[in-house]
Design a protein around this ligand. Structure first.
Ligand code: ZN
Length: 503
């Protein structure tokens, strides 16, 4: 998509953009430097496109985030913020921090938005994933949803405040981190390097969804996530006879592995409505315009035993317009993600393995119990081995990983009795016509562990209304977000920051 004209951008940026530009051009020599803000950067669609055009894709070895960080540094330097690029041991992979100093009346508010994105199956995209095309009102590209669109909404909103000459009651920190998509030098590494730079009183990051009614546009329910599911990886290994492929034998590792995967695909961990998920589902029952779904959710919440809970859970998944999201919020999940077997066409290999990604809901069934259930599903075949694996992200043994994950299941959610949660809740209601707001769990993970571990509240939100299809494209093909939803997201973030301004 070609760049829109500067005149159009001015109109979108509104009077604030005009004021900033005028101020930048006409400041008296003795006046303090006024922020210089490009009107394009006040437009969340233009800023999303700018971010997406940096290929920061991450295939497990760290993305190339340095040029993206330099772009952000230029924007925030001109706006008068304090900026810093923190390199990681991989030279072109870096974290970026901007700090707008405040009056120190409260601990800093930190916005955490990762700059890396997952890599793509390029041949399965209908557009170039890094060109940021706008088609029929949708902005396409890797990271538009997760989470450069969210970053652009926050950055453009903060710039708008700065262009208006805003001062805040506390420091506002923007951390554009790297290695969020499963790399070794993410925020945990950064926190060990220099915690003081990212210490905060509260954090806003990716997480909860603004679900829509059946038109896919009208907001129905907004979730602010207060806890993340924990990710764990399990390796399933099958062994068999190695022999010449001309004389196949039944004792095949590949066939054993794939039959085992099939059995595990049919297994669902039990439904568990945790204290964090309960208010979410209560709010869903109240918000949906489908009475059958509302009644299924109420049966789920009132279920007297596990069988009833499982049956009601299945019904909710069947009736929900967001089936896979709601399935993930009510139980541990198991996803087959990687399979490795075979190396020559004339050899029947003697081993084959697969990785399964588990997402564990804090407060849900134990990890050990879940692994036992998975092994029971495999039927006691001693040529199948299933165990936790660090999968390149550490040297821990399966036993150490088990202790670590069991500990994470006892994590407690962030409390909602804070001024930042209230600001977020009010901003959601003001932006989206009084939409109900509920705390809830996030079905995925974020890079917020260093703050959560220190008891600092972390609130997750993707600030744009989405339909089920948009959510399914996350980490998938033809990822996209609506352009008008990005403008609403900008308005939301502007309103979140507004109560923190000082006169
Ligand atoms: Zn993300």
């Amino acid at each position: 998509m070609e760049r829109i004209s500067r005149r159009t951008a001015m109109r979108i940026g509104g009077t604030a953009g005009l004021a900033a530009l005028t101020a930048a051009c006409s400041a008296a020599p003795s006046a303090p430097p006024r922020p210089k803000i490009d009107p394009f950067d006040l437009d969340p669609v233009e800023l999303t496109k700018k971010m997406v055009r940096f290929d920061t894709s991450h295939n497990g070895e760290g993305g190339r985030t340095l040029p993206h960080a330099q772009m952000l540094r230029d924007i925030f330097d001109a706006a008068g913020a304090r900026t810093e690029i923190i390199p990681t041991p991989k030279p072109d992979n870096a974290h970026f921090i901007a700090r707008v100093p405040g009056a120190g009346r409260a601990r800093p508010l930190l916005f955490l938005g990762h700059s890396d994105v997952v890599s793509v199956e390029r041949e399965r995209w209908s557009v170039d994933p890094y060109r940021a095309d706008v088609v029929d009102g949708w902005v396409y590209g890797r990271g538009t949803l997760d989470m450069k669109g969210t970053n652009a909404a926050f950055v453009s909103a903060l710039l708008k405040h700065l262009g208006e000459g805003a001062r805040f009651d506390r420091d506002i920190v923007f951390l554009s981190d790297c290695d969020e998509e499963a790399g070794p030098h993410g925020t945990s590494w950064l926190a060990k390097q220099d915690w003081a730079k990212i210490d905060a009183g509260a954090v806003i990051t990716e997480g909860g969804w603004i679900l829509t009614r059946s038109d896919g546009v009208t907001p129905m329910l907004a979730a602010v996530t207060v806890i993340d599911k924990t990710a764990a990886n399990v390796e399933l290994t099958a062994t068999g006879t190695t022999t010449h492929s001309s004389k196949p034998m039944p004792d095949s590792a590949i066939i054993r592995l794939n039959r085992a995967i099939g059995r595990l695909a049919d297994y669902q961990p039990p439904v568990a409505i945790t204290p964090t998920a309960r208010p979410y589902f209560e709010a869903l029952a109240a918000a949906t315009d489908n009475p059958q779904l509302a009644s299924a959710v109420r049966i789920l919440l009132g279920a007297g035993d596990q069988n009833e809970r499982n049956r009601a859970g299945d019904l909710v998944v069947q009736l929900s317009p967001y089936p896979w999201l709601h399935n993930a919020l009510m139980r541990h999940t198991i996803t087959q993600v990687i399979e490795q077997s075979g190396y020559r066409t004339n050899v029947m290999p003697g081993s084959a393995s697969a990785i399964m990604n588990l997402r564990l809901i804090p407060g849900g069934p134990s990890v050990a119990g879940t692994l036992d259930q998975m092994r029971a599903t495999l039927g006691g075949d001693n040529q199948l081995k299933l165990q936790l694996t660090a999968r390149g992200l550490g040297q821990q043994t399966p036993e150490q990983l088990l202790t670590q994950y069991e500990g994470r299941l006892t994590n407690t959610p962030s409390g909602t009795d804070t001024d930042v949660y209230r600001a977020l809740e009010q901003a959601l209601k003001d932006t989206y016509a009084g939409v109900p707001v509920t705390p809830g769990p996030f079905e995925a993970g974020t890079s917020s562990s260093p703050w959560r571990e220190r008891g600092i509240p972390v609130y997750g939100i993707y600030p744009y209304p989405v339909d089920n299809d948009t959510i399914v494209r996350m980490h998938g093909n033809d990822e996209r977000v609506r352009a008008d939803a990005l403008h609403h997201a900008h308005d939301l973030m502007y309103r979140v920051l507004a109560p923190l301004r000082t006169p």
